[in-house]
Ligand binder design. Structure first.
Ligand SMILES: [Zn+2]
Length: 261
């Protein structure tokens, strides 16, 4: 029981002084969860790993509110002006917003939410903004795969091979953004939410499905938080600005529809 562990003295020192565990004892990836896991404190919680101060005032809070779903649709900067409650509103008034409101821009009766804006709303200006966003996303997703492969070089070489292979396939894929996988990916990209490959049903897994390929990239990136900072900054910047741009088009369309009603 008191026998020393099979490791060099420096490893014991690092273990006792800094809690750095021996790789062989905790599995190959002991120090980190994969990037596909984004729970509190996990690798995929990228909003908290941003170190770019210019993102803090607007972009990070916008993404945090977008993740609230319908509950985030009545607060600035994404809310239509007509939906923002004045300061001093009562708890009861705020409670009325909680179930969500039907989208006045398209008039389809769908409840307004980030998903509705990004993938569903049929208002002409929002649809045009979506077409542009899909083009930008098609370019960004390839850059993101390369950034993840760069970050993965700080991790274990066994997994790096899989990350690089999946990242290379992303570069060549011809992806249909107008598909369930495309809707899912656009939403996750804009809100900066990594995901595992298993979200894609088996019958849709192919080398042209970027959602499937990117999930494989996320599954195999196991690195300490500092190695993810550059990727986190780039992704949060792209996601936040992209979401803000289309959400502003949608909010203006809502205000126009409400003022002309
Ligand atoms: Zn709509």
């Amino acid at each position: 029981m008191d026998a020393p562990r099979e490791a060099p003295q420096t490893q014991h020192l690092l273990d006792l002084a800094f809690g750095l565990s021996q790789a062989g004892q905790l599995g190959l990836c002991g120090p980190a969860t994969p990037l596909s896991v984004w729970g509190p404190g996990c690798s995929g919680a990228l909003l908290h790993k941003t170190t770019d101060a210019s993102l803090v005032p607007v972009i990070v809070p916008t993404l945090a509110k977008a993740r609230l779903g319908v509950a985030g649709m009545t607060v600035a900067p994404v809310a239509p002006k007509a939906w923002i409650r004045p300061p001093g509103s009562s708890d009861e008034e705020y409670a009325e917003d909680r179930p969500g409101k039907p989208c006045p821009a398209c008039g389809t009766g769908h409840i307004a939410s980030p998903w509705h804006i990004l993938n569903v709303c049929e208002h002409a200006k929002v649809a045009a903004a979506r077409a542009e966003l899909r083009e930008n996303a098609d370019a960004f997703v390839r850059r993101l795969a390369l950034l993840c492969a760069d970050a993965a070089r700080a991790g274990h070489p066994l997994y790096l091979l899989e990350t690089e292979a999946a990242s290379a396939l992303v570069q060549q894929a011809v992806f249909d953004w107008n598909s369930p996988s495309g809707d899912f990916l656009l939403f996750r990209l804009c809100l900066v939410l990594p995901f595992p490959a298993s979200v894609v049903p088996p019958n849709e897994r192919c080398d042209d499905n970027i959602t499937w390929l990117l999930g494989r990239v996320f599954n195999t990136v196991f690195v300490r938080p500092h190695a993810m900072r550059f990727t986190a900054n780039a992704w949060v910047r792209w996601g936040g600005k992209s979401y803000l741009a289309i959400a502003k088009v949608w909010a203006d369309a809502v205000d126009d529809a409400l003022s002309s009603a």
